[in-house]
Design a protein around this ligand. Structure first.
Ligand SMILES: NC(=O)c1ccc[n+]([C@@H]2O[C@H](COP(=O)([O-])OP(=O)(O)OC[C@H]3O[C@@H](n4cnc5c(N)ncnc54)[C@H](OP(=O)(O)O)[C@@H]3O)[C@@H](O)[C@H]2O)c1
Length: 297
């Protein structure tokens, strides 16, 4: 397998746990990672934006799995990476790579789809794969949870530390969190198919967002307390955080969340059920409650 984006990132770690025992993996990414361990793994140091010719890396490869992307940044960050991935798609087509998996994201609002470099360039890659002759799956999961995730874990930590949480609007929109381990199982299943399709992937439960955050407070043993902001106020807050270079929350994430497009239906086709989010929340909350709150408070 050629793993583009590496086994050290959040999804990559779960991918290695799932594929590592049975696959030979050639993993291309930029920086060494202590987390990237598998029995038969070769790290190829490199930036996917800068690989001029992917053909040598595709030699003997049965499956390409693309994870590389950035969570935030300007046009100049995404455009070269997308160009590099387009060269990969062309090379895989030329060399007859048997199977190609791209990790993508769910639909977003029209303004984000047409104006946000994170999405416009992701879609350029998605469309190129669809236009190719490759056997492919474009897998589009919603909010992921798992060890060291940047969403639910960060939300829990914020609630634990401040005993309050920001609520955008009435919180009546939906989310269906899916475990990163289940995403890796989905990728393994999709790798074994011979189809050309897009597939969305939600977790087992479609939560009203506000009910999920209430449950998170409950797991922390605290009453739910919210600082209410309008959705527009939430976007403004996130923009401010961006200007001070915080990675806590980005404006597009608020817009996407309140647009009610993240409550995807559960992925179907795995041999065992998708994991619910509650046991993860219970364990993370217990870990936080066992630890001294940051700042000694
Ligand atoms: N996290 C979520 O909730 C979520 C939800 C839906 C979809 N996704 C998708 O899942 C994928 C992985 O996300 P993640 O959360 O695992 O991100 P992550 O933890 O930031 O990992 C990203 C990985 O990509 C590598 N990478 C970044 N830029 C690269 C480049 N130019 N060339 C080569 N490798 C590069 C990084 O390794 P180096 O730094 O060593 O290069 C890192 O291992 C992304 O495509 C994302 O859009 C994530």
């Amino acid at each position: 397998m050629l793993l583009v984006g590496g086994g050290g990132g959040f999804v990559g770690r779960a991918v290695l746990a799932e594929f590592g025992p049975t696959w030979s993996i050639r993993s291309l990414h930029r920086a060494p990672s202590r987390d990237e361990v598998a029995p038969d793994l070769e790290w190829v140091p490199g930036d996917a934006a800068a690989v001029p010719d992917w053909r040598p890396l595709l030699h003997d490869v049965d499956l390409v799995l693309v994870l590389a992307w950035y969570r935030f940044g300007p046009e100049r960050r995404f455009a070269p990476l997308a160009d590099g991935l387009l060269r990969l798609v062309a090379a895989a087509e030329e060399t007859g790579t048997p199977r190609f998996l791209q990790l993508s994201v769910p639909d977003a609002t029209e303004s984000l789809e047409t104006g946000l470099p994170y999405l416009t360039h992701k879609r350029r890659v998605d469309r190129a794969i669809e236009r190719s002759r490759l056997s492919y799956s474009i897998v589009r999961p919603t909010m992921l949870f798992g060890p060291r995730d940047k969403l639910l874990t960060v939300m829990l930590r914020t609630m634990h530390r401040y005993h309050r949480f920001v609520m955008f609007g009435d919180g009546g929109y939906h989310v269906s969190p899916i475990s990163v381990r289940d995403l890796a199982r989905i990728l393994a299943r999709e790798a074994a198919l011979d189809v050309r399709h897009n597939v969305t992937a939600g977790g087992p439960t479609r939560w009203v967002y506000r009910e999920l955050t209430d449950a998170m407070f409950a797991h922390l043993g605290r009453p739910p307390r919210y600082v209410h902001l309008s959705p527009r106020g939430g976007v403004r807050l996130a923009r401010f955080l961006e200007t001070v270079r915080s990675t806590l929350l980005y404006a597009y994430e608020v817009e996407w969340l309140v647009s009610d497009r993240l409550g995807l239906a559960p992925y179907e086709g795995l041999s065992t059920p998708l994991a619910p989010v509650e046991p993860f929340l219970v364990a993370e909350a217990a870990r936080l409650r066992g630890a001294r709150p940051a700042g000694g408070g």
